[in-house]
Ligand binder design. Structure first.
Ligand code: ZN
Length: 145
């Protein structure tokens, strides 16, 4: 017991408020750690959601537009005239945008038709490559029997 007593003699009273300060510091660091963890989880969730939205959004934009070639139907429609001039009059056009337009018009079921309607013949060479004829031939061939 005397040894204990001796050890205790080396201890002295804490300055007023030091303990509560320490508790406060521990609480703060715990809170920060928890916040960091929460933030990490939230960031991971947001990243997942963003990736999900991006991959879905690459086909369906929120306003009902399709996105092909990195542009929406609205953007595609806005550049119909410029793209037509680019195709027929070799007018200058942003190469990236021209490529996006080409991709969009090829892949988008709405804009390809709309562009063909507005500017007939420009995309027709590509459209005629679609394998509708062989299928029709097979279908009519089958009806013979
Ligand atoms: Zn479109």
């Amino acid at each position: 017991m005397s040894a204990n007593q001796h050890q205790n003699d080396n201890w002295h009273d804490c300055p007023a408020g030091e303990l509560s300060q320490m508790v406060g510091r521990v609480n703060t660091s715990q809170r920060q750690a928890r916040r960091k963890q929460l933030f990490g989880t939230a960031a991971a969730c947001m990243l997942l959601v963003a990736v999900g939205v991006f991959s879905v959004g690459s086909v369906f934009a929120p306003n009902g537009d399709f996105t092909f070639g990195g542009i929406t139907c609205t953007e595609c429609h806005e550049n119909f005239a410029a793209f037509e001039r680019y195709q027929t009059e070799a007018a200058t056009m942003n190469q990236a945008l021209a490529l996006s337009m080409e991709t969009h018009l090829e892949q988008c079921p709405r804009c390809g038709k709309a562009f063909e309607k507005t500017y007939p013949g420009i995309l027709s060479s590509e459209l005629s490559n679609q394998p509708t004829m062989p299928l029709l031939a097979i279908a009519s061939f089958a009806t013979l029997y």
